[in-house]
Design a protein around this ligand. Structure first.
Ligand code: SAH
Length: 332
């Protein structure tokens, strides 16, 4: 075996230079994916955790350069689900068998911490975990949501290259994003972060920094995937060839953080039909099927061609690769 992959497998530790050299050497890919699959099996077993994703608003105050729901995009129908609609979608998902509800939205300030807390409390009357993915808020707001019963929070750092972060996120601050992640950790959330792979000007060196950042933060979950250019954004002409590189970043993350949760992301399946399965065989142990109703799902177009998958089909596909759906909440 390649000595760096072997070292990562045993020590779960690599230097930046070592990560860079694995990322650059595509002749190692098969070995890398296999090693990540073995570590996933050893630390997390063959159960796959399903998280039901509800995209409850696409109304956004931000202008992230890659994202289709950015405020400046006028070619989009904006929507906001009502608390009752959100609670109903969650109830249906729980009846189907999901044990985690993920509430995701654009940065829609209509949803105050108090309104969200009411929704969380209602959903938490059931035996379920609740994950939030609603962007940046103050410590106090995160605390209200935690006290209401939220268990987990996803907030990708997107990139640890500060200059690139600044270019892609006008009016946002890299320091504040880090502070949000630290606050979430401090408040006791299972905290997820992650990055986009294949951004213009992004280097493998900065991807290595991303991986080391995940480790330093001691993130509980890492979600990452390739950039998929959206026609109504400043990155419309960017390349969309980040599939293999994101699989490599994901596999390396598994080797260095053996016990965390890692989703096979929708962006991976969007670029390749077998993308989700390949990810599950290269370190991932989580899938987040979209349970938003068809009408609104299509309007939450952060990138085009978002592929969805339902519970029954997934069960079938997982069986084919000798994996089962977990019946528990799947904490780290
Ligand atoms: N507003 C929330 C949720 C964002 S959507 C937040 O800020 O956390 C979830 C993720 O989708 C983002 O973190 C981003 O990494 C990803 N995403 C956005 N646009 C994308 C694109 N064009 N291609 C691939 N992934 C994208």
């Amino acid at each position: 075996m390649n000595e760096l992959i072997e070292k990562a497998k045993i020590l779960h530790q690599l230097s930046k230079d070592e990560i860079v050299s694995v990322l650059k050497d595509n002749s190692l890919n098969d070995e890398l994916f296999k090693a990540a699959d073995e570590i996933r099996k050893e630390f997390k077993g063959d159960e796959v955790h399903l998280r039901a994703l509800i995209e409850f608003s696409n109304i956004c105050r931000r202008n992230c350069f890659y994202c289709g729901v950015r405020a400046a995009n006028k070619n989009i129908d904006r929507y906001r689900l009502t608390p009752d609609e959100i609670i109903n979608l969650a109830d249906n998902a729980l009846k189907t068998g999901y044990r985690t509800i993920v509430l995701q939205s654009a940065e829609d300030m209509y949803f105050t911490a108090e309104i969200l807390a009411g929704i969380i409390k209602e959903i938490k009357k059931n035996d379920t975990a609740v994950t939030l993915s609603i962007g940046e808020r103050s410590y106090e707001e995160y605390k209200i949501l935690k006290d209401a019963g939220a268990d987990r929070f996803l907030l990708r750092i997107e990139t640890t290259d500060k200059d690139l972060y600044k270019k892609l996120h006008p009016d946002m601050s890299f320091e504040n994003r880090i502070k949000c992640l630290k606050n979430l950790k401090e408040l006791g959330y299972e905290t997820g972060t992650g990055c986009l792979v294949g951004l213009p000007e992004q280097t493998v060196e900065s991807l290595a920094d991303d991986i080391l950042f995940f480790k330093e933060l001691d993130a509980d979950m890492i979600g990452l995937g390739p950039l998929i250019p959206h026609k109504d954004t400043p990155l419309k002409d960017a390349a969309s060839d980040g599939f293999w590189l994101s699989l490599k970043v994901m596999a390396l993350t598994r080797l260095l953080m053996p016990d965390i949760n890692i989703p096979a992301t929708t962006a991976m399946e969007t670029l390749r039909q077998d993308g989700r399965i390949l990810a599950l065989q290269s370190g991932a142990n989580v899938v987040m099927p979209n349970v938003t109703d068809e009408f609104h799902k299509n309007k939450y177009e952060i990138y085009p061609g978002k592929k969805s998958v339902d519970y029954t089909k997934l069960e079938e596909k997982l069986k084919q690769i000798n994996r089962t759906i977990s019946k528990d909440k799947g904490f780290r």
